[in-house]
Write a protein that binds this ligand. Structure first.
Ligand code: AMP
Ligand code: MG
Length: 407
């Protein structure tokens, strides 16, 4: 079987997966991290009327320079009277600009003598005034459907008077590990031939971070009958199943067999390292995403591949990742068949140079190196890097929060 370039795999996913249509109403104050289901468009200006951007005096620009009497004081939170011609109004940040005034002069730029204020300079009309609708005009897009709502969106939605918002229902993902060698961390002595199941907690943490609901389906033994039973029971209760291990071509790779016997499986050997074996299928009428067994491979394929599937299905219109460019302090030979994704530490050193160092030994089992990394450096097929060469790095923070668009 030939290797499938990552871009082609992702394009296939984008073309074939539809967003769920289920929505729910959510309080705006609880909506951070939720996916907006409908465009939100402003129907009123913000601010609704002209307001002062400074503490100072509201005037008609034509009246200065000169000395003007203070005819009113407008506090934030109170209405303003029309400005008496030939006078000024004491005004504060956020106060309504009285009608008849068009400019605010900062209090630092005037001299006050009792009820009179001396303005020594000419004023530029409109200075220090936030005009009606200067932040948001009626008809402006406040947020587009598909956006994962941020704290700033919550502020914005509140500002335009929304107390609830329509969001997509959260996808429910059933996660299980496979392998006779696996044991649950901390619950029993681990024999030399056994291995702690580190994938399941890692995958659950990633999915939770991305805002999905997770159902833990535990460790599944390499036994077709038991696995079939688990999948039949779990499939109707979740939107998507996610497994790790058991999908390459070894004798004990039973996940693949069970899916093929009860649905269909698209098995891909992606041209990426780590993470070559990835499978996407349907079992008992439920989509299933199969990740490789090695923890670093599982992490990488979840973030580079499965996430694209999950985001599309969840209806997320993700921001593209903006790679960081840095200078490698290591060399790497040109890959011949698979694009490589190295776990690296990016740091800013010596007067601002961004340097890239390898994190860990780069084995696909090296969770320590992965935990120490803050970026994933890309090594394209056929491209060698020497010490001092510039490389592109995907920041892990962005990999976690944005969509992957191959670079
Ligand atoms: P497999 O794809 O099942 O052949 O697994 C590949 C490698 O990943 C083997 O060394 C497994 O022991 C290891 N592995 C599989 N599942 C897990 C897991 N849940 N946690 C940690 N390592 C795993
Ligand atoms: Mg296995």
């Amino acid at each position: 079987m030939s290797l499938l370039p990552l871009d082609q795999g992702l394009a296939q996913i984008r073309a074939s997966v539809d967003a769920i249509s289920d929505t729910e109403i959510c309080d705006v104050s609880d909506a951070a991290g939720r996916v907006l289901a409908q465009d939100v468009i402003a129907n009123a200006p913000v601010p609704p009327v002209a307001k002062s951007a400074m503490d100072g005096y509201a005037v008609l620009a034509d009246d200065v320079p000169g000395t003007l009497r203070v005819s009113q004081q407008v506090f934030a939170g109170y209405a303003a009277e029309p400005l008496l011609p030939g006078t000024c109004a004491r005004i504060y940040t956020g106060s309504v600009l009285p009608s008849g005034a068009d400019t605010v002069i900062m209090q630092e730029d005037v001299e006050r003598h009792g009820d009179n204020v001396a303005f020594s300079a000419t004023a530029e009309r409109g200075n220090n005034v936030r005009s009606a609708g200067c932040d948001i005009a009626p008809g402006d897009f406040v947020a587009r459907a598909g956006k994962v709502l941020t704290a700033a969106d919550i502020a914005l939605l509140s500002l335009i008077g929304k107390s609830t918002v329509t969001v997509k229902r959260r996808l429910v993902i059933g996660v299980f590990s496979t392998g006779d060698e696996l044991v649950i961390s901390g619950t029993q002595p681990v024999s030399d031939w056994q291995l702690v199941d580190s994938n399941r907690p890692q995958i659950k943490a990633l999915l939770n971070h991305m805002g999905f609901e997770v159902v833990d389906l535990g460790i599944q033994r390499d036994d077709k009958t038991i696995l079939e039973k688990t999948m039949t029971a779990a499939a109707p209760t979740v939107d998507i199943l996610m497994s790790s291990g058991g999908v390459s071509v070894g004798d004990a790779d039973i996940v693949r067999d069970v899916i093929e016997a009860n649905g269909s499986l698209d098995f891909w050997r992606l041209a990426i390292k780590p993470g070559k074996p990835v499978a996407i299928g349907k079992v008992f009428d439920t989509p299933i995403l199969c990740l490789p067994g090695n923890p670093v491979s599982a992490w990488m394929t979840l973030l580079l591949v499965s996430k694209v599937y999950l985001q599309k299905r969840q209806g997320i219109d993700s921001e593209p990742i903006i790679p960081v460019i840095g200078v490698a302090d290591f060399s790497v030979a040109a890959p011949t068949k698979r694009q490589e994704f190295l776990r690296v530490a990016v740091a800013v050193v010596n007067g601002g140079q961004t340097t890239i160092s390898l994190a860990g030994n780069q084995f696909s089992s090296d969770s320590l190196g992965l935990a120490q990394a803050n970026g994933v450096a890309i090594v394209p097929i056929g491209r060698a890097f020497e010490i001092g060469d510039e490389m592109q790095v995907l920041p892990i923070s962005q990999l976690m929060d944005s969509g992957y668009h191959a670079v």
